[in-house]
Design a protein around this ligand. Structure first.
Ligand SMILES: NC(=O)c1ccc[n+]([C@@H]2O[C@H](COP(=O)([O-])OP(=O)(O)OC[C@H]3O[C@@H](n4cnc5c(N)ncnc54)[C@H](O)[C@@H]3O)[C@@H](O)[C@H]2O)c1
Ligand SMILES: [Zn+2]
Length: 706
């Protein structure tokens, strides 16, 4: 994207025609990547540059204007899988201003259009331009009825169920609100929630997201609203569509009404009276930008009076009464002095570029992520290079390109071992997403000091050992404790004995522990000395061995001795053992390989041996082979009335059935409670066997509660 295109002034008409054709196709491609797939390939600044070039050529050669010109288009068409909603009032885009000059031009054009003299001041509202995705939410008689994305401006995606999961958006308007209200605004993800989500993705060994905007869009445009619900999306109201009645006559007044109705509105909104004030406010927001809890990419100016808005009207893709004053791309050039390897919680090794400190958009940047070895190769970056960096969406700075490479720059060699110095091999993993998805990990797992603490947290987590009073916080506390350290799982079960050796004096009377709480902790630990086989397997934190896989393994092998023997055999390369595990339902080569790798490391074997000595491991319950649902795949949906989801799942599994989260052709039975929605619809569509909760109990011959 950095190649210099030919200046517009030098283009012949034939060249301009070809260039417009190229740009139309290219921009349409990037629109689809950004709006439909939530996965842009180029930066917003580069995208905006393409649009501007297109506009400049069109301005110089008006006769060449294409029917499919990007200048007329808004967003992209509705993605597959969603219902469509036609907007009664179109959802448009905004014209952009990139300089103070552009802002002046905008204000002057407003005055000119209205025939107003410059001294008759026209109030203009300034609102931060939230970097999320716009949403139109329709209320009828006060009740939320539909919600739609912008789509191509005319038709959007029906995301009503997803929007209902956002707690900041009321389901009900207060009494007295107009009978039809189409409220519009921006759904976004706060930076902190984005970082927390990424930390979680990382701890689950999944590839992380790139920025809050795409993550918010991707989280909202989910066919399964449960995913949306888990993502903590937020909202700011700033516009409207179809309204049966107008509750105010200015932009600012409308926003105040929205706030009274219970919608979040942005606190940095101002009503201003001159170009100088607009630019002053823009500069102020620019300085505050880095510290805001959410990403913004500019300031939107809107003529405040709604009657004037109406007179000004619309162009094909944007209103004449508003403009987005964008912040410049946050780029800078600096020297790369070193590349360090950072070890994440799951052992993922990320190369980090150390930079000569440089200020980018008001923030001092000293590091930039290089993502993985493939990215280093793609950029061709070497130590000592002058690099161009960008703060993308305010999160982690990225290296865009090498600006200059001196002769004495040094090639970076990706290390063969983890900085933890265990000399355990680095494992290269390919997750979805091509070269971007390649992750290298330290295979040290429990033994790698960078990973051990996180493994311990996993070990005590709810679906593993689930020890009351011993959670993440306490692991942090005990991990580095001088007198009673917990450095590996077995240490948890020796905690009391170690304390006893000191007359039970070490734990109590400090850091919040008294007689009772210390005793309570010891009791909770004792209660878990007897543990279900699947919880133990899951608790070990073997890569790819999640809760479900742990259950499958437990059920298949029955007892710990058999699991252990099989795992050691697999580590030793025993083909029969490998094939046996590989043949299990839902278990693929990745799991078998991970088990083999885990039990191929002496430190893991020792850790497990020490732990197992402390435990009584229960045998797995054998699933009933003669049950009427043995071997079938069941989906529970809707609200169950006689059992919880967990109970339903456990019962079905006890009866030898497999419980799935989503309906597919492979589903055998769908048990639907009241309020069952899309899953039931899909089951009916696929002609699957569906039944009520009661029919389910009848089928399996169980009396609820009995
Ligand atoms: N990187 C890429 O490949 C790529 C591709 C397409 C679009 N884009 C980016 O998307 C944007 C262009 O798309 P666009 O058509 O949505 O235009 P836009 O983002 O420039 O302006 C319109 C949008 O601004 C948002 N907005 C936020 N706060 C607002 C407020 N207070 N009042 C009104 N609107 C507000 C709304 O969602 C509205 O739809 C640009 O930033 C562009 O760089 C990038
Ligand atoms: Zn390591």
């Amino acid at each position: 994207m950095t190649q210099d295109p030919r200046p517009v002034a030098d283009l012949t008409e034939a060249e301009a025609k070809a260039e417009l054709e190229r740009l139309a196709a290219l921009i349409a491609h990037h629109d689809e990547r950004y709006h439909q797939k939530d996965a842009p390939e180029i930066s917003d600044a580069d995208y905006d540059a393409l649009k501007r070039r297109n506009q400049e050529i069109e301005a110089k050669f008006p006769a060449l204007l294409r029917m499919d010109s990007p200048s007329f288009k808004v967003g992209a068409a509705v993605a597959e899988g969603f219902g469509k909603i036609t907007h009664r009032v179109p959802m448009l885009s905004l014209d952009n201003a990139f300089s103070d000059e552009d802002v002046r031009d905008f204000v002057h054009s407003v005055y000119r259009f209205l025939g107003q003299l410059p001294d008759q001041s026209i109030a203009i509202t300034a609102e931060p331009k939230i970097d999320g995705l716009s949403m139109s939410i329709r209320y009828e008689d006060g009740k939320l009825v539909t919600a739609a994305t912008r789509g191509d401006g005319t038709t959007g995606e029906n995301v009503t169920a997803n929007i209902r999961t956002i707690s900041e958006i009321p389901n009900q308007l207060p009494k007295g609100a107009p009978s039809v209200v189409e409220l519009r605004g921006e759904v976004y993800m706060a930076k902190a929630d984005f970082l927390a989500l990424n930390a979680r993705m990382e701890s689950e060994g999944k590839q992380t997201y790139v920025n809050p905007r795409n993550t918010a869009a991707g989280s909202l445009r989910q066919l399964d609203a449960k995913v949306t619900a888990s993502r903590k999306l937020k909202f700011f109201a700033y516009a409207w569509g179809d309204m049966s009645e107008m509750p105010a006559d200015t932009q600012h007044g409308m926003i105040e009404v929205f706030s009274k109705w219970g919608f979040p509105v942005n606190p940095l909104t101002r009503r201003l009276n001159s170009i100088e004030e607009l630019i002053g406010h823009y500069n102020e927001i620019g300085l505050a930008r880095a510290d805001l809890p959410y990403d913004i990419d500019g300031v939107v100016y809107k003529v405040d009076r709604l009657d004037l808005q109406q007179r000004l009207g619309f162009r094909s893709r944007s209103p004449r009464w508003a403009i987005a004053h964008k912040f410049p791309a946050e780029k800078a050039t600096t020297r790369l002095t070193a590349i360090d390897i950072q070890v994440g919680r799951t052992g993922a090794l990320t190369p980090v570029a150390r930079l000569v400190p440089v200020t980018v958009g008001g923030v001092v940047v000293t590091n930039a992520t290089l993502h993985n070895a493939e990215e280093i190769a793609r950029l061709g970056v070497r130590i000592g290079d002058l690099v161009e960096i960008q703060r993308a969406g305010d999160v982690i700075p990225q290296i865009l390109r090498v600006a200059e490479s001196p002769d004495d720059a040094v090639e970076f060699e990706f290390p063969q071992t983890c900085p933890c110095d265990l000399k355990t091999p680095i494992v290269r993993e390919e997750t979805a997403g091509g070269v971007e998805g390649v992750i290298r990990r330290c295979s040290g797992e429990f033994a790698c000091p960078f990973q051990r603490k996180e493994h311990l947290k996993h070990f005590v987590s709810r679906k593993a050992f689930d020890i009351d009073g011993l959670g993440e916080k306490q692991i942090e506390f005990f991990y580095d404790d001088a007198t009673l350290p917990i450095r590996q799982p077995a240490d948890i079960f020796t905690l009391r004995a170690r304390d006893e050796a000191n007359g039970l004096q070490r734990l109590k009377n400090r850091d919040g522990y008294g007689d009772t709480s210390a005793q309570k902790l010891f009791d909770a630990i004792e209660a878990r000395r007897e543990i279900a086989l699947d919880r133990l397997i899951f608790g070990l934190g073997i890569r790819h061995v999640g809760e479900q896989t742990a259950k499958t393994l437990a059920r298949a092998y029955g007892d710990w001795a058999s699991v252990h023997q099989a795992a050691l055999a697999i580590a030793g390369g025993d083909t029969a053992a490998i094939e046996e595990m590989d043949a299990l339902d839902d278990i693929g080569p990745a799991v078998v390989e991970a088990v083999g790798r885990f039990f191929g490391e002496k430190h893991n074997i020792d850790m497990v041996d020490r732990l197992v000595k402390e435990l009584t491991i229960l045998e797995a319950e054998k699933p009933a082979q003669d049950s009427p649902v043995a071997g079938l795949t069941v989906v529970f949906t809707g609200s169950l009335e006689k059992m919880t989801r967990d109970e339903a799942k456990a019962m079905a599994e006890r009866l030898g059935a497999k419980v799935a989260g989503s309906v597919s052709k492979k589903t055998d039975i769908v048990v639907a409670g009241p309020g069952a929605g899309s899953k039931l619809a899909k089951a009916t569509e696929l002609g699957l066997r569906t039944m009520s909760e009661d029919e389910w109990f009848e089928l399996v011959g169980v009396t609820p509660g009995g």
